[in-house]
Design a protein around this ligand. Structure first.
Ligand code: AMP
Length: 649
């Protein structure tokens, strides 16, 4: 009935809401239909034939049971050989009857490289349907969005080709480069401030500059602003802080800076910039040059009704700083999606970020759920940001349940069977059931399994960190120091945020910690960074979305104090393991109070210079006055010493 995704007119809100009602009411039947469709289509693939012989004409509940009994629940490592075979030129039908037309590179990694998810031409239609479903939901809660524009800052990332010539690129890059995006609803009426040419510009700096310039010029018309993830939106604010004078000067004289050399980008922006506009330039200069950037979004774009950015999962760490800049605007997380498949929609977009739940659309894929029990206590929001180790969760594959059989308040790992060749694939996200919309469950995103550190799209797990720290510690051993303990956290006080790793060292002889060689410690920072995975390195070096990693050396006995603290908070002494990532504010303060040396790789272009400038600036002190939990103590007494290494004491 609702397969394939029905055609729907995005102007017709009523029809859109009705479709969502139908989808959620008939969730069970649609899920069965989806599975039947996927299995009958792909029954002859090498993958499925390896597990069972489907009687194509006869798919019923028994066939469903056979599917569940015979087809295993898998991880990426299990399907990687199939993916690699297709990437190397074998036909797609080893996993999919429909041709695999490209791979979508996920931010999850395997062996240090991005995972590659298969995609088909048809899948684009499904994504288009999904995006269209967001429109009636937003229109239901916010009036008159058709009376103005949206400033969405969107970016493409580099693409590569597999040996067989298939494209491998991030899912959003693939979507932005498609005709579906170019023809997205209302685009031809210029409702988006960023011309497509600026979004598609491969040079991320030119793209950002041009999109902000267009957004500033059209400020009076803007009704909503946003980016996909909170981290990208904050990067744009940081960029504005750095470039507002130049942007205003362009507006003042009606001329785009000469360094914008991408021809189509330049043409598109010049058309929007139009003639010199002194008044507008003065007005923006006045706002940006003010004492504080608190509420800057409302000041520059005064008609804005909300900020559309994902602030669930690891992005929750950016809520305080976004609230500071937003001047009280709602933060709206509209959707939950991945390279594997698009999953769900937030039916209450104006709710508080901590209350966001996503309703999975039952026609996107066949969904199953592995129950997750936290062995030592309840899963709480505490885990939302930096995650918990998978070792803390127990799975029982025999208890895997369907979409409509999940239980309120229970946690599950999401497993998907997609139209693109993934069968019972563990996505790695842990979700908690918060309610039902008709018969479709709604989920709160608890965390990404195993991820302990994340600033942007990077997802670092315990093993990655251990490997990187193990590499780096080799550099200090010849100096007579042993690494006895370590832990880490994602510091998002500065933009971009950065990883902080606490090290407790023991001297093999009579060496003193104060004799630690600064150059070697900087090399340690660098070695940790080089040893982290390719997504981290891309964010760090290409996208500049992560700042330089910092090592903080702590006094002897600090990790014992950390254990005492954890025990005082209820951990069992017997089961205590040093956490490899810290989220608790008090625990970070405790570690910080015992720091004897801070080391960051010196950088000329971006990073230290910026952090120092940022941290010392009057505005920043002001900016965080309302957020004591953001540990501004860290930036209170900061100086660059003669060796240009950043030391914060
Ligand atoms: P990727 O495969 O790189 O596209 O990343 C997809 C992953 O990003 C998901 O599996 C989630 O872990 C995370 N993600 C996507 N959307 C959301 C969301 N709305 N809230 C929290 N995490 C999300």
């Amino acid at each position: 009935m609702l397969l394939p995704p029905p055609h729907y007119d995005p102007n017709d809100n009523e029809a859109g809401m009705k479709l969502l009602e139908d989808l959620t009411t008939n969730a069970y039947q649609i899920q069965l239909q989806v599975l039947k469709e996927i299995l009958t289509r792909n029954a002859k693939t090498e993958y499925l034939k390896g597990y069972f012989n489907l009687n194509i004409g006869h798919f019923d509940v028994d066939a469903l049971q056979v599917f569940k009994k015979n087809v295993p629940v898998v991880n990426y490592e299990d399907i990687k050989p199939y993916i690699e075979r297709i990437a190397n030129g074998e036909p797609s039908d080893i996993i999919s009857a429909q041709p695999i037309t490209e791979f979508l590179t996920s931010s999850g990694t395997s062996g240090g490289q991005p995972k590659m998810m298969p995609s088909t031409d048809e899948d684009l239609e499904r994504k288009t349907f999904f995006y269209n479903m967001l429109i009636p939901v937003m229109n239901k809660y916010v009036d008159d969005l058709d009376k103005g524009k949206a400033m969405y800052l969107l970016f493409v990332k580099p693409e590569i080709r597999t040996p067989s010539g298939l494209m491998a690129r991030p899912v959003l890059t693939s979507y932005y480069k498609s005709n579906s995006f170019r023809n997205r609803p209302f685009n031809r009426y210029n409702v988006y401030t960023s011309p497509d040419e600026t979004i598609l510009c491969p040079d991320s700096k030119q793209s950002m500059y041009c999109q902000l310039l267009c957004g500033l010029v059209q400020r009076d018309e803007v009704l909503r602003v946003g980016a996909v993830f909170a981290s990208a939106f904050l990067r744009a604010i940081k960029f504005l802080e750095d470039y507002w004078k130049e942007l205003c000067s362009n507006i003042r004289i009606g001329h785009v800076s000469d360094w914008i050399t991408d021809p189509s980008c330049r043409n598109a922006v010049s058309l929007i910039l139009g003639r010199a506009n002194q008044d507008l330039a003065n007005l923006i200069e006045n706002e940006c040059g003010g004492e504080s950037w608190e509420g800057i979004i409302k000041k520059i774009w005064p008609r804005t009704k909300y900020i559309e950015v994902i602030v669930t999962g690891s992005m929750a760490q950016y809520i305080p700083i976004l609230e500071f800049y937003s001047g009280g605007l709602p933060l709206v997380s509209t959707m939950y999606a991945s390279s594997e498949c698009y999953f769900g929609i937030n039916f209450k977009p104006l709710c508080k970020p901590s209350d966001v739940s996503y309703t999975l659309l039952p026609n996107m894929a066949y969904f199953e759920f592995l129950p997750v029990e936290k062995s030592n206590g309840e899963l709480t929001q505490e885990f939302q940001c930096n995650g918990i180790s998978d070792q803390d969760c127990q799975h029982d594959e025999t208890e895997i349940v369907d979409l409509t059989n999940v239980k309120l308040g229970h946690c599950y790992e999401l497993v998907v069977t997609t139209f693109t060749g993934l069968y019972r694939y563990r996505v790695g996200d842990i979700l908690m059931v918060t309610g039902f919309h008709n018969n479709a469950p709604q989920f709160w995103f608890v965390h990404r399994k195993n991820v302990i550190l994340s600033i942007d799209t990077d997802k670092t797990n315990e093993e990655d960190l251990l490997k990187a720290v193990t590499e780096a510690k080799l550099l200090i051993e010849p100096l007579g120091f042993l690494l006895t303990e370590y832990t880490a956290y994602a510091d998002t006080c500065s933009i971009p945020g950065h990883y902080v790793v606490f090290w407790e060292l023991k001297s093999k002889g009579s060496n003193n910690l104060s004799e630690l060689d600064t150059d070697i410690m900087e090399q340690c920072c660098s070695r940790v960074e080089e040893s982290l995975d390719s997504v981290y390195r891309r964010c760090r070096k290409k996208d500049n979305s992560i700042g330089p990693l910092e090592i903080r050396v702590v006094k002897d006995g600090t990790f014992d104090a950390l254990m005492d603290f954890s025990v005082s908070q209820g951990s069992s002494v017997n089961q205590y393991k040093t956490p490899r990532c810290i989220k608790s504010e008090e625990a970070i303060n405790l570690l910080d109070s015992k720091v004897v040396g801070r080391y960051v790789l010196r950088e000329t272009t971006f990073g230290i210079g910026f952090i120092a400038k940022w941290a010392c600036s009057h505005q920043v002190r002001q900016r965080f006055l309302g957020y004591p939990d953001l540990r501004v103590g860290l930036i209170d007494i900061l100086h660059l010493d003669a060796s240009k290494t950043l030391h914060i004491r």
